[in-house]
Design a protein around this ligand. Structure first.
Ligand code: FES
Ligand code: FES
Length: 156
């Protein structure tokens, strides 16, 4: 089936099994390797992407779900001003170890920054509650997002 959607701000068309997992479409057909497979069951958040600006787990979505929609992956977000800001703040907060979880954290944090952006620890924890990190401990990740909220608000 022909599936048309916007991927990282560009129009794309692909002839694919509509039930193919969106995660596999992104990685195999578009060679976007940022979205990772952790659990494969919608629990760990490593495969998170934005579908029409809402975070979803791409391992539990199918190609058909993207049809006519807009998908932003970690790769696309890393080119956006607020994505760049988040990457800088995660770096400054020493929030990354192995990095396996990070594309998912970047996507969820970007969504938070876009849709709320308040420097509020409880809200940030809730926004990132679907993402699991087995290395870093969450405190530094939250600090990175807090820093980005602060910088965005103060226009630094
Ligand atoms: S791989 Fe998709 S949520 Fe874990
Ligand atoms: S940095 Fe390794 S899983 Fe998060």
């Amino acid at each position: 089936m022909e599936i048309k959607f916007k991927l990282n701000r560009k129009d794309v068309v692909i002839d694919v099994d509509p039930m193919k997992r969106l995660l596999d479409v992104l990685r195999e057909d578009f060679h976007l390797m940022g979205s990772k497979e952790g659990c494969g069951e919608g629990e760990c958040g490593a495969c998170t992407v934005l579908l029409d600006n809402k975070p979803i787990t791409s391992c539990t979505a199918n190609a058909i779900h993207a049809n006519g929609k807009e998908i932003l992956t970690a790769e696309g977000i890393s080119e956006e001003p607020e994505g760049k800001l988040l990457i800088k703040c995660f770096d400054e907060a020493n929030a990354v170890q192995c990095g396996f979880c990070f594309p998912g954290f970047l996507v969820s944090s970007y969504s938070y920054l876009q849709n709320d952006g308040e420097k509020n620890l409880d809200k940030i924890k809730t926004a990132l509650s679907g993402n699991i990190c087995r290395c870093t401990g969450y405190q530094k990740i939250f600090e990175g997002v807090m820093m980005a909220c602060d910088e965005k608000e103060n226009g630094e």
